[in-house]
Every structure is written in structure tokens, then in C-alpha cells.
Design a protein around this ligand. Structure first.
Ligand code: NCD
Length: 316
């Protein structure tokens, strides 16, 4: 593995499979009464969140704590400094505190790259979501969830499996990281959304695209729904929310056209009634809550592998 995890493209197939198999081992901890391992004792993980987050921040915090690392949470929201300055100043502070890993979420695409390659910090940098760009640990937890559900761990993993990623692809770092990682793992991805919400140049991502949700979903093994990210939209990308839901929302009628084994995913936060109806979100096919559980195991695996947890463990 590289020293930083900035993009899903940083992971070779071997790297990604190592994260998934490590996460599988660590996942069993979640079911034990005592969920802690000493692997990262004495190491410091800083969670640096410039943008709102519920799941991702808590998930990284839980992951680091379960590996016995010290965790510092830094919510930088409300800073009046310009982004470049505040990032540099914060980075120097973190360096002074002796951070071993910095988990960063930032509204600006590329901020984690700046942190990793500026020379401001010596720690490993993990991208926990940068603007509309990437969110590699979300892609890893999604791949892990697919792996477990499609039951193909021993028979070629996700090779040839079909996944539809549906909705606001344009503003979604989750979609971009998933498209990259799923391709690395040999899956076939179709991005579905209105033309206004599919990015220009998406042909170069090496995936299929479609504007027709009904035509795509009966053929896939998993449907991943995306939130419509209104906070990143200035203009009108679709006529009305009602029209959007009618064409691109997953409701009970559409769910009935899925194959028996097909699962429904969502990275959260969901807007029930917009991209997904409550009955679908709460149905047996939905693995949305399990994605959150898996997120902790996958982030433990990432921190463990990046910080060389096995070495520090054997030194004790
Ligand atoms: C996503 C994000 O922040 O990119 N959520 C997450 O990390 N679980 C998706 C979103 O905000 O819709």
C-alpha cells in the first residue's frame, strides 16, 4: 500500500483485496463484547473535518479507538481563514502534536492531496471526502459489503458483478471512488441519472451510462442510490423533486423488478421520499445499516495497514 489513501486509484487490486480481507478479520470483533485490539497503541489519529459528517467521522473515530490509538477530533467548521491558509496552519499544528495519521474531509476537491504532498506533515493522510472528488474509504466499505453479500469471496470476488450507481453522480465523490474501485475489482458499473447530473467526460471513467433506470436495474446485482446534493447545486438540475423521484427514485414498484439476490445500498445520509422511499430503505434487500457497521471494520483495516499496525504490535 502507498503511504496515503487519497484516491481509490491509489489501490491496486492486490491492495484493495488486502484491505477487504483484513476488514473481514476485523469485522468479527464487532460481534464480541470487548471490541478492542492493542494494534495501534501509542499512535495518534487526527480526524480533521472541515465539512459536515455523521457516519464517516464517527466511523473513523470508532475504528481508531478499537485499535487503541489516541484520537483527536478537530472540527474546523466556521474558520474565517481562507482555505489554503487554514489548511496549512492546521497542518502545522497537527505536525506539532505528533499525528501519525490525519483523516481529512474538506469541501475543496484536492485538499487531502495538498496536505499529503505539501511537506507540511509527515503523517499518513486519509481522504475522508474532498469536495465532489473522492471518498475512497466509502468505496472500500461498499466493496466489502458487496463482497459479503454476493458471497463470491472465494470465487473471483466481484469479477463480472454488475452494479448500478444511481442519481446525482455529478456531485458525488462516492460515485467516482466506487466507479474506480469496482473497476479495479473487475465489476461492471453503470451510472444512471438525468443527463444534467452525469459529469462531462464520464465516458473516460470506463463505465456504462444510462438515463433509463427501469432498463438498467433488472440486470444488476446491486443498486447503489445516491443523495441529491442540493448544497452543491446552484442552478436547477431537474424540474421538480417530484419529477426527479418519479424518474430516478427507487420505490416499491421499481424494487419489484430486481432479481431475487439483488441488494440495495446507500452511503447515507438518505433523503427518504426523494431518491429512495421508506419502504425500500427499510426492506429486506436494503443493506444500508450494515454498510455503516462494515465501515468501521474497513477503516480499521485501512488505519492498521497504513500505520503498519503489525509492526507496532510485535514490538510490544
Ligand atoms: C457521502 C459523502 O459525504 O460524500 N456520505 C458519506 O460519507 N457517508 C454522501 C452524501 O453526502 O450524500
Amino acid at each position: 500500500m502507498k503511504r496515503h489513501l487519497l484516491s481509490a486509484a491509489d489501490l491496486s487490486r492486490d491492495d484493495a483485496e488486502l484491505v477487504l480481507s483484513t476488514a473481514a478479520e476485523l469485522r468479527s470483533l464487532a460481534d464480541r463484547p470487548i471490541k478492542k485490539l492493542p494494534a495501534l497503541r501509542g499512535r495518534t489519529v487526527v480526524n480533521l473535518f472541515f465539512e459536515d459528517s455523521t457516519r464517516t467521522r464517527i466511523s473513523f473515530e470508532a475504528a481508531a479507538k478499537r485499535l487503541s490509538a489516541d484520537v483527536i477530533n478537530f472540527a474546523a467548521k466556521g474558520s474565517s481563514l481562507s482555505k489554503g491558509e487554514s489548511l496549512k496552519d492546521t497542518a502545522l499544528t497537527l505536525e506539532a502534536m505528533g499525528a501519525d495519521a490525519v483523516v481529512v474531509r474538506h469541501g475543496a476537491s484536492g485538499a487531502p492531496h495538498r496536505l499529503a504532498h505539501s511537506g507540511w506533515v509527515r503523517s499518513s493522510v486519509v481522504n475522508a471526502g474532498d469536495g465532489t472528488h473522492e471518498h475512497p474509504t466509502q468505496a472500500l466499505l461498499d466493496a466489502f459489503t458487496l463482497w459479503r453479500h454476493l458471497g463470491e469471496e472465494k470465487r473471483g470476488g466481484l469479477e463480472g458483478r454488475r452494479v448500478a450507481i444511481v442519481g446525482d453522480v455529478l456531485h458525488s465523490r462516492v460515485a467516482r471512488s466506487n466507479a474506480l474501485l469496482l473497476k479495479t475489482l473487475g465489476a461492471e458499473v453503470t451510472l444512471v441519472g438525468p443527463p444534467t447530473l452525469l459529469p462531462v467526460g464520464v465516458e473516460e471513467w470506463g463505465v456504462e451510462t444510462s438515463y433509463d433506470l427501469d432498463a438498467v436495474i433488472p440486470k444488476v446485482d446491486a443498486v447503489m442510490m445516491l443523495r441529491v446534493q442540493r448544497e452543491r447545486m446552484q442552478g436547477g438540475f431537474f424540474p421538480t423533486p417530484r419529477e426527479y423521484s418519479r424518474r430516478y427514485g427507487l420505490d416499491g414498484r421499481r424494487m419489484a423488478t430486481l432479481q431475487d439476490h439483488t441488494i440495495v445500498m446507500h452511503p447515507g445520509p438518505m433523503v427518504r421520499g426523494m431518491e429512495i422511499t421508506a419502504d425500500v430503505a427499510d426492506s429486506d434487500r436494503s443493506v444500508i445499516v450494515e454498510q455503516v457497521t462494515n465501515g468501521v471494520a474497513v477503516r480499521m483495516a485501512v488505519l492498521y495497514l497504513l500505520l503498519g499496525g503489525s509492526e507496532s504490535e510485535s514490538n510490544e
